[in-house]
Design a protein around this ligand. Structure first.
Ligand code: ARG
Length: 476
């Protein structure tokens, strides 16, 4: 109650009677404080300053080339914009909330600098195609930056995989020890996942790379513009074919957020494994001091905060995708102000995914690996039982399904005796299948188990080495 009273009072107090700075004409007063507050985007869209100026320079050049404005005006506009760019980058620019967004802030600053000619820049253009252009340029840069960061993580994983091509690790299904694998093989699985993430980045870039500039408000323009020229000068492949589509869709931002989300899924799985592996129960790895934190109360603690945050930040990254999907859902064509909500999710994802990828690459590079612990866990819980069953099939020509049952009975004996398979006497095994010979012990060690997995894509150390050579060729 108290709150709503206060709000009503605030609105009353702040109603202005002076003419509207931006729209002039039919507006007799400035917006109410709340209108300005809900409308303002400069606080975040100032990040688009570079793209906005780049787009405006391309537009001004084209207007002059097409004789829509004079070359003298274009020259003044471009010079002014370049000065503004330098001022912003030098921290000498004041962004004003009263000017709503980045487009109006820059245009107003241009007017202050060059006067009347500034007003000609917006010929044959609207903020609708302007913002769509700026944002496409921004997301294109974000995709390129993402590719570089994922690649660096791939290289970190590859170099550790090379070092651990024969290091034995427990392979899990259902988080139960399943079969021994090599640590290198496990890391290469992530190299593949991140490789597909990069392929998705490439695809998203292709879909994005068309220019909305010149679509104007929604219907195109009656001026003799050259949209192919602006498209080319901004590095787009072609102008977008439909002016309504050009100003209406944000699928390129959605695709970026989707690509980022899938990448965040991959990161979260690796992060989770690393959190598990670093616990006392697994103790397969130890994070370097650079990527660990202590506890304020428990002096013995060494917490994997960085890995946990990589795991945790996937939440906001998915949230950003859902947020923009929801904003865009069921919007009628063409531009709607709802779409101003498209930027913050993208900025947030770019920032946080960037940190996650770099932190993960750092953790991977620094990781201390306890090979003995890894190997010991790999041999536990009858992890080579499949090797025993395969022996029965290969050596004794027993059908696999029967071999599976025989092996299960041998595992039962071992478990009753509290022994590993390797520790059983030959006689114990022969009591279940008399044809089993001494050479059974060759297949029961974890080393021989991984060595035998030579099928394409399998975990044998020789395979892993070959896979690393292939991956290095692919990862350019
Ligand atoms: N700040 C706006 C946005 O980000 C720019 C476009 C405004 N267009 C309009 N018709 N009000 O969406």
């Amino acid at each position: 109650m108290a709150n709503s009273k206060k709000t009503a009072k605030t609105i009353k107090n702040t109603k202005k009677t002076s003419a509207n700075q931006m729209w002039g004409g039919q507006f007799s007063c400035s917006p109410s404080e709340l209108m300005a507050k809900i409308n303002v985007s400069i606080g975040f869209d100032k990040r688009l300053y570079r793209q906005d100026i780049q787009g405006s320079i391309a537009h001004a050049n084209m207007l002059a080339q097409q004789k829509i404005i004079s070359s003298a005006n274009a020259k003044a506009i471009i010079l002014g914009l370049e000065e503004i760019l330098a001022d912003i980058e030098g921290g000498n620019f004041e962004f004003k909330d009263s000017l709503e967004d980045i487009h109006m802030n820059i245009e107003a600053a241009l007017k202050e600098r060059i006067g009347e000619a500034a007003g000609r820049l917006h010929t044959a253009r609207s903020r609708n195609d302007q913002v769509a252009t700026d944002f496409r340029l921004y997301v294109r840069d974000a995709l390129d930056a993402l590719d570089v960061l994922i690649k660096d993580l791939q290289l970190a994983l590859l170099s550790r995989a090379e070092e651990h091509s024969a290091t034995i690790l427990a392979g899990f299904t259902h988080l139960q020890v399943a079969q021994p694998v090599t640590f290198g093989h496990h890391l290469l699985a992530y190299v593949e996942m991140f490789g597909r993430d990069r392929a998705r980045v490439t695809d998203a870039r292709k879909h994005l790379n068309e220019s909305p500039l010149g679509a104007a408000a929604l219907a195109g323009t009656s001026f003799p513009t050259d949209r192919f020229a602006t498209s080319k000068s901004l590095g787009f492949d072609r102008p977008m074919a439909n002016s309504l589509d050009a100003v209406s869709d944000r699928d390129f931002a959605l695709e970026y957020l989707a690509v980022a989300s899938i990448c965040a899924v991959h990161l979260s799985r690796l992060a989770e494994e690393m959190v598990n592996w670093s616990s006392a129960q697994f103790a397969f790895i130890r994070f370097s001091d650079a990527y660990s934190t202590g506890s304020s109360i428990m002096p013995q603690k060494r917490n994997p905060d960085a890995a946990e945050l990589v795991r945790g930040k996937s939440g906001r990254i998915f949230g950003n995708l859902i947020s923009l999907l929801t904003t865009m859902k069921a919007l009628p064509l063409a531009y709607n102000k709802d779409m101003q909500e498209d930027k913050e999710p993208v900025f947030d994802t770019a920032e946080n995914l960037g940190i996650c990828l770099q932190a993960m690459a750092g953790m991977v590079r620094d990781l201390n690996v306890d090979k003995e612990r890894m190997k010991k866990a790999a041999g536990a819980a009858y992890a080579t039982a499949t090797d025993l069953a395969d022996y029965l099939v290969r050596e004794l020509k027993i059908p696999f399904r029967d071999a599976h049952h025989i092996t299960a009975r041998i595992v039962k004996i071992a478990s009753d005796k509290g022994k590993d398979l390797e520790e059983l006497d030959l006689k114990d095994m022969q009591s279940i299948e008399p044809k089993i010979k001494q050479n059974i012990f060759n297949v029961l060690s974890v080393e021989n188990s991984v060595k035998s997995r030579v099928s394409y894509g399998g975990t044998a150390p020789d395979n892993v080495k070959k896979a690393i050579t292939e991956a290095k060729k692919r990862i350019k």
